[in-house]
Design a protein around this ligand. Structure first.
Ligand code: NMX
Ligand code: MLT
Length: 440
């Protein structure tokens, strides 16, 4: 069956033709006006950049090349004996816009796992980091260090043609995704276990990335954990282009920084508490609640706890969203995963997630600040990892990071296919905005 590169070779002329048509026939048309509020308010709603693999609708949530999450769950291949869509299959789909056949997904999985070993110098860099360093900081460093062997950077230095940029960009992107899982496992073993001694199993080339990650950190025997990692990674891949991590990959990549440097920069954004770090914050919040209220509590007590947090000036992590105005379908998919497994559904932490979903939207609505009182993906993800024994919640955003590489870098490859220019929007001082607004 064809490789992902061969499928992309077929697609390249179509995508380039579409961009040429957009520029030629519609280049001067407007897609909306920009208000002062948008300029001072984080650019919300400005239709500003191209992003092909996914589009976010405020009411129904994410669609990957037009398919909703349940539709993807229906068509994307799973592991043998598994039920959850494979992240490798999702990555292929994000890159090509085509659902892989079982044979394509298997071949692609083998290709990625074949790339997942780390160069010795990256292992050395990771092993030399202080254990006290946050896992996300270690992740940023590990991914950036991969740039040492970037084929894109080497090709650029050697003077490759612009039309060919996407080819080494794809090579590096596949390496970056595959090696990110192994970097993540190494960080975990260094920080929370006995380092990376001979007790850490070698990568099993016949298995998928999620299994190998789970196996290397000591959870390979847990069918539930491995399936969760597959679902988790498939769900977090992409959330259109405007979120901080995706946008950063695109922005840094537009300077023709290679995929490793671009994605490493994105990980710095994912490590912020208003973005990916929220998943660790959710667990911290629930554990604090459990410490104060016990394993179960009445709705009234939970509501009181939420108000106490809000009144102390903090946000309720896992709730609210810059675009969504309904419960996040990624949250729903993770909830369903838990509800479908009796032992998870009975876990007190998971039950608190469910109870928060019942009462928090009412409190946030009464509080009256957030435009979206509903849960986002981070409200559920940590409770499931916690249930299976991954209790080091500082590590949770790393798992988000292995996944987001697939969406961010799928578009990175398309950016190079399309030959998009360096990103450089206009900024204005407050005085300049005022002057323009007074004239308008
Ligand atoms: N709890 C309390 N207040 C909130 C919350 C929340 N969960 N969400 C928004 N607000 C506040 C927000 O801080 C702002 O207050 P102020 O005017 O004092 O600055 C006000 O409501 C209006 O914010 P919105 O326009 O609704 O939200 P915005 O688009 O600016 O931000 C988030 C979106 C996601 C950053 C925000 O909802 C938030 O901080 N949520 C909690 C953190 C979180 O769960 N982040 C994860 C997002 C998903 N991800 O994985 O990246
Ligand atoms: C994401 O997955 O990136 C988050 O939901 C944040 C966003 O979309 O803005």
């Amino acid at each position: 069956c064809p490789t992902v590169k061969e499928v992309l070779e077929e697609i390249v002329p179509e995508r380039r033709a579409l961009l040429a048509q957009l520029k030629k026939e519609h280049g001067s048309k407007t897609l909306g006006n920009v208000t002062v509020e948008q300029v001072v308010g984080g650019g919300r709603g400005i239709k500003y950049m191209l992003w092909d693999p996914s589009v976010l609708d405020s009411e129904e949530g994410i669609r990957f090349w037009g398919r909703s999450i349940p539709e993807c769950q229906e068509v994307l291949p799973t592991a043998p004996g598994g039920k959850e869509m494979l992240p490798e299959a999702m990555f292929w789909y994000l890159l090509t816009g085509r659902v892989p056949t079982d044979a394509e997904a298997k071949q692609f999985q083998e290709e990625l796992v074949g790339r997942s070993e780390l160069p010795a110098y990256v292992e050395k860099v990771l092993d030399s980091l202080p254990k006290t360093l946050h896992p996300m900081t270690q992740f940023v460093i590990g991914v950036a260090a991969l740039n040492h062997d970037s084929k894109f950077a080497a090709g650029y230095t050697a003077g490759m043609k612009k039309a060919d940029y996407w080819i080494p960009a794809l090579e590096d992107s596949l390496d970056c995704v595959a090696k990110s899982f192994t970097i993540a496992a190494r960080i975990y073993n260094n920080k929370y276990r006995n380092g990376n001694d001979s007790s850490v199993p070698a990568i099993d080339k016949s298995k998928d990335l999620s299994f190998n990650f789970a196996n290397q950190i000591g959870f390979g025997d847990s069918e539930g954990f491995v399936e969760l990692i597959r679902l988790y990674n498939a769900l977090h891949t992409d959330h259109e282009g405007g979120n901080v991590s995706a946008h950063t990959t695109h922005l840094v990549g537009s300077a023709l920084s290679d995929p490793f440097l671009s994605y490493s920069a994105a990980l710095g954004g994912l490590a912020g508490p208003l973005h990916g770090l929220a998943n660790q914050e959710v667990l911290r919040f629930i554990i604090d609640m459990q410490k104060e209220l016990g394993d179960t509590a009445s709705d009234e007590k939970v509501v009181e706890f939420i108000w106490k947090t809000l009144n102390s000036g903090r946000v309720i992590p896992g709730y609210g969203h810059a675009v969504l105005r309904k419960p996040d379908p990624r949250f729903m998919a993770l909830q369903q995963f838990g509800v479908g497994r009796k032992e998870v559904a009975q876990d007190p932490i998971f039950k608190y997630v469910d109870q928060l979903y019942k009462v928090a939207p009412g409190v946030l609505t009464e509080h009256g600040k957030t435009k979206n009182p509903f849960p986002n993906v981070d409200a559920a993800s940590g409770s499931l990892l916690y249930h299976y024994g991954l209790t080091k919640f500082e590590f949770y955003t790393v798992t988000f990071g292995t996944s987001r590489a697939m969406g961010g870098l799928a578009q990175y490859v398309h950016d190079r296919i399309l030959g998009l220019p360096i990103e450089r929007p206009k900024s204005l001082s407050m005085e300049a905005v005022l002057a323009l607004a007074q004239k308008a």
